[in-house]
Design a binder for this molecule. Sequence first.
Ligand SMILES: Nc1ncnc2c1ncn2[C@@H]1O[C@H](COP(=O)(O)OP(=O)(O)OP(=O)(O)O)[C@@H](O)[C@H]1O
Ligand SMILES: Cc1cn([C@H]2C[C@H](O)[C@@H](COP(=O)(O)O)O2)c(=O)[nH]c1=O
Length: 218
Amino acid sequence: MAERGGRRGVFVSFEGIDGCGKTTLLHHLRERLERSGTIPVVTRQPGGTILGEAIRELLLDPHRPRAHGWVEVLLYTASRVQEVHEVIRPALDAGRWVLSDRFADATTAYQGYGRGLERDIIELLHRRMALDLEPDVTVLIDCDPEIAAVRLRKRSGPRDRLEREVKTFHRRVREGYLQLAAMHPKRFLVLDGNRDLADVLAAFERELKLRLPGCPAL
Ligand SMILES: Nc1ncnc2c1ncn2[C@@H]1O[C@H](COP(=O)(O)OP(=O)(O)OP(=O)(O)O)[C@@H](O)[C@H]1O
Ligand SMILES: Cc1cn([C@H]2C[C@H](O)[C@@H](COP(=O)(O)O)O2)c(=O)[nH]c1=O
């Protein structure tokens, strides 16, 4: 893979509303890469480091008191800053593939578009503290909140704090993601996540191959 912006690895993030299917796609690519002999670094936001996982627990445990909106922004950003410096940047500098279940766009979509907080401040925090790091490709699985909610109800395990938010919140987040994709068409790869999984996976492989022609997995 060609060197981009001074780094040698490839950074792919996966985004979308809760239940859109992003984790499923991430693990599909991970398996394909591993079968071809490339072991990617797989991580998630919030989380990905010991500190980040503790922040995740604070943010998403529905039994804890909800943080003020800006405290949410600061905690999500804190988790990401730690992960960029401790995990993602060193992996990219070493030429590794990094697959991240959510990244900075999630804060703009959820806290910016979803909660209505100023997006320029959210993005400035990321730029100043997280080395201005951007994924090479951001896979956005666009999905109707009604369809995503049905999938989450079928999935076992407790629902986290954000998964319990009302549908209007998820609609704003979805629209926010689509606006981000329109603003950054070179970076975003948008998939229709409402379709059967087999169709989504086929479109994912086809489109990713166009974006990353040297991808060893495709
Ligand atoms: N296209 C699809 N059609 C039907 N079911 C799907 C599809 N994609 C994923 N699923 C199923 O929907 C559930 C949610 O998928 P997944 O965990 O990948 O979503 P997610 O977006 O990562 O959710 P969250 O953000 O809440 O972790 C899983 O049970 C998964 O098997
Ligand atoms: C990074 C980030 C995440 N969120 C929200 C979005 C989801 O509801 C949860 C993470 O859960 P997942 O199952 O791992 O997707 O956190 C957010 O609101 N803001 C963010 O920056």
